[in-house]
Design a protein. Structure first.
Length: 292
């Protein structure tokens, strides 16, 4: 994992924080995120400002039911606007608009504002595509707005025995996502032809089996003879680890060359002093979940 710098015509410390077939409606303006750290639950979405409609595509590694919802800033279940969907053994897909009043099965909403487009099971994965309006004018739905949205997700390995008898989830979680302030690949500005790239990578790191880890890595910055400008920063995260990395910070400072390549948890008592003090140096780059 690491950061890619795009530089147009020092020693640094990199700090990382870790926490242990689509429908034809999706075209160029599509966005993707893994909602869990193991990439067992993935979300893709697109939106149309003209019609005020957002379309969602869920993929979960289960042949049972899957849940998805929007939480009122807390990332918790109570007060959330949710859906539950599944595909039965005959291939029929189901989608229910529900509202979570507490930490129990959400009640079915009298106004069904999430509309199923398609659903299927393939290679042990359940896929659902559906749409809703930004503002449904339903007080049991949460309006889709700019800024950070707290999404919740869940799933079970089995389908419900009926549309009302739904077993409690076996996996669940939440993630903060920016649904609107993103540029599609087609809309991103073209980089100058003389752009150079420099990868700042933290190699061969095994994330410890603990809730949160801060990892530090010292390395020498690319040496340039004249002034250059950083015009873009892009995360480099090994495929499958997208749900683990939370944020990255790169500091610029002076340090002894013998410490270039030093790698350990940031809290290590063995970290060289000049790298410890580097965390109080100039911040060169910051990236966090939700950034591109």
């Amino acid at each position: 994992m690491g950061v890619q710098l795009f530089i147009s015509s020092l020693t640094i410390l990199c700090l990382l924080s870790a926490a242990n077939s689509q429908s034809g409606v999706f075209k160029d303006n599509t966005f993707h995120v893994s909602l869990d750290q193991d990439s067992n639950y993935r979300l893709s979405w697109t939106f149309d400002p003209a019609t005020q409609i957002m379309t969602f595509f869920l993929q979960a590694k289960t042949t049972g039911w899957i849940g998805f919802g929007i939480s009122p800033y807390t990332g918790q279940m109570p007060g959330s606007d949710v859906i539950i969907g599944w595909v039965d053994q005959s291939g029929k897909a189901y989608l229910q608009d529900r509202f979570a009043e507490g930490r129990y099965l959400p009640s079915i909403d009298s106004q069904q504002d999430y509309h199923l487009i398609s659903g299927r099971e393939v290679n042990g994965t359940t896929e659902l595509t559906f749409w809703r309006k930004f503002n449904t004018n339903d007080n049991r739905d949460i309006q889709l707005e700019t800024g950070t949205t707290r999404l919740i997700w869940s799933y079970h390995r089995q389908d419900p025995t009926s549309e009302t008898d739904i077993p409690i989830h076996q996996k669940m979680g939440s993630r903060s996502v920016n649904l609107f302030e993103r540029l599609s690949e087609a809309d991103k500005p073209k980089l100058p032809d003389d752009t150079q790239t420099f990868d700042i990578l933290t190699p061969n790191v095994t994330v410890p089996n603990q809730k949160t880890t801060y990892w530090c890595f010292g390395m020498k910055m690319l040496q340039l003879e004249d002034k250059h400008h950083i015009i873009k920063v892009s995360p480099v995260i090994k495929k499958g680890n997208e749900g683990v990395v939370h944020h990255m910070v790169i500091f610029e400072c002076e340090a002894d060359e013998k410490n270039h390549g030093y790698s350990s948890e940031c809290s290590s008592k063995n970290m060289p002093y000049d790298l410890q003090s580097c965390r109080g140096g100039s911040v060169l780059v910051v990236w966090a979940v939700g950034g591109e």
